[in-house]
Design a protein around this ligand. Sequence first.
Ligand code: FES
Length: 249
Amino acid sequence: MARLTPANEERARQLIALYPHHRSALIPILHILQGQDGYLSEDGMKHVGELLGLSAAEVRGTATFYDMFHVEPVGKYVVAVCTNIACMLQGAYELLEAAQDQLGIAPGGTTADGMFTLEDAECLALCGNAPCATVNWRFFGDLDPQRFAQLTEDLRAGRLDAEVPPHGTLSRVDRNVGLGAPGQSVHGAGGPPPPVDVAAAAGGPHDAGIELATSLTMTAVIAHEGGRGLDHTGTRTDAPGGTDSQDQR
Ligand code: FES
């Protein structure tokens, strides 16, 4: 896959129409591209630049600034093992060494079958369940070599498919407020984008701002938490580190 698919290009155009300055849509569109291919290909970034009127260097410069974007192909599962202080004190380096032995790769490497990319990460904000790791930004805490082996075995067998999407999918909850219906062009036949009726989309003029803010907040929370174990207020409803929580989709 290279350029955005027609459906993703349309979604990108809808996002662009939301911002006074087109370039403000760059990061959300890069997430769409990464969700499509698992990483940001050169052709894909070129296409994004065309949509936004940005140079390839400007798109690439933004993409390479952020850890969550990959500009080279990665495995289906990106496993990031935290080796920061809290995890280090709880055996993170022993865990990382075991991960390297079990997967047969060093940090930065990808297994030959394309299943796993291993990363040595800084604090993942799950210090209370150290040592921990994320798999495609979904948290797994209280790990040890045996639990790590079980985790990768479960991933290989597809037993965690409901919880861990393929790499590149930031959140399974798409932002819809302010966007048109799927397939609805916001540019028409090359004309200006129509006004975005946020109030109507949110159910009424008084609720519009609240609804929009709630939607965006939830997207951010779900993205950060990997969509696992949160109720509608963002409060945890499960113990992190398990593999039995419900995905908020
Ligand atoms: S030190 Fe590992 S999650 Fe914070």
